[in-house]
Design a protein around this ligand. Structure first.
Ligand SMILES: Cc1cc2nc3c(=O)[nH]c(=O)nc-3n(C[C@H](O)[C@H](O)[C@H](O)COP(=O)(O)OP(=O)(O)OC[C@H]3O[C@@H](n4cnc5c(N)ncnc54)[C@H](O)[C@@H]3O)c2cc1C
Length: 297
């Protein structure tokens, strides 16, 4: 089978490309390995540039229950510093955001297939092998697998960090989090906390792989981090969330220098900004839409 445009990955980058192509009258094919977006390792902070990009794609985060954020708070063991953000931002779970984007892609006319994974890409033949053995060729391929490598076009990097994410259920320990993104700093990493649409808090940590490897496990690492971040320990009341999403190879600072003809790397497959900046989603949306416009030009 040959399709005009094949998008691998249904995160913000892949969906932005699909919506942009479909709104221009194409019928792009998007393949997402999860049957339903279930959330991923991400702080869920939507900056003002992400909010603008979502609006352009026809998504209203406030209608999805996004919580407004107008301040940030930096917390260390010794100090707390708080300041206004330059513009209004928002907190929204990735589960909610990714579902809304995929729904919008489908509504715009994209052919969205959930629950199938791409196994390998042949950039010269411009074809992709799927987990069921099928091969799809395309005039253009948009690689949007985010934090995950694709055989045939894997990113090469020497250093990377680990990312962890969990939800903290609504409780008094989350008091003072309304309207704020709170960042707790510790050696070789940080934890971000913000309220999301269902009243729970999203807890997302970035920590060097060396530190995680030395600890040996998430359960062994957390008490060590809590000693350096007592205010975070107080928020968690000494309990460790039962389930963490985890990703082991986040290559902050990595950038694609080139890609083959008809191959568009978008989102984290194009460049990885430090997650502390809270701008990865905005970049993913912008790069997906720009690559789609470049293909259409
Ligand atoms: C710890 C941490 C915290 C962060 N916090 C924030 C934040 O608060 N705000 C912010 O703006 N950015 C944040 N980021 C960055 C942000 O998560 C990414 O930049 C953004 O998700 C990139 O979007 P993407 O679409 O490129 O990839 P992803 O969001 O990773 O989406 C990729 C999609 O591709 C799918 N996929 C992967 N492999 C395959 C395959 N083989 N076949 C089919 N589908 C596949 C995945 O299931 C997924 O749905 C954070 C990053 C980290 C590591």
């Amino acid at each position: 089978m040959t399709v005009p445009a094949l998008i691998i990955g249904g995160g913000p980058a892949g969906s932005a490309a699909a919506i942009t192509l479909a709104m221009a009258g194409m019928r792009p094919k998007l393949i997402e390995r999860h049957k339903l977006p279930a959330g991923c390792v991400c702080g869920g902070f939507l900056g003002w540039d992400a909010l603008r990009a979502l609006e352009a794609l026809g998504i209203d985060p406030w209608a999805l229950g996004a919580r407004p954020i107008s301040r940030f708070r930096l917390v260390t063991a010794e100090r707390v510093v708080e300041a206004e953000l330059p513009a209004l931002a928002a907190g929204l779970s990735r589960k909610m955001l990714d579902r809304a984007l995929l729904d919008a892609a489908r509504a715009a006319g994209a052919d969205v297939t959930l629950g199938r994974a791409a196994r390998a890409i042949d950039p010269l033949a411009r074809s992709v092998r799927l987990d069921d053995g099928d091969t799809i060729a395309a005039n253009a391929i948009f690689l949007a697998t985010g934090k995950h490598e694709m055989r045939g076009l894997a990113r090469r990097f020497a250093h990377s960090s680990a990312g962890l994410r969990a939800s903290l259920p609504s409780s008094q320990r989350l008091d003072g989090l309304a309207d704020v993104v709170e960042l707790h700093l510790f050696d070789d990493g940080y934890a971000g906390l913000l309220m999301q649409e269902d009243g729970s808090a999203n807890l997302c940590l970035s920590v060097s792989r060396d530190r995680l490897n030395e600890a040996g496990s998430i359960a062994a690492l957390l008490p060590d981090l809590m000693r350096q971040a007592p205010a975070l320990a107080a928020r968690m009341e000494g309990t460790v969330p039962p389930r963490f999403d985890a990703v082991s190879g986040v290559p902050y600072g990595w950038r694609a220098r080139n890609s083959g003809e008809g191959i568009f790397r978008i989102g984290d497959q194009a460049a990885v900004i430090a997650s502390l900046a809270g701008d990865g989603i905005a970049i993913a949306l912008a790069s997906g839409a720009s690559a789609a416009r470049a293909m259409l030009a």
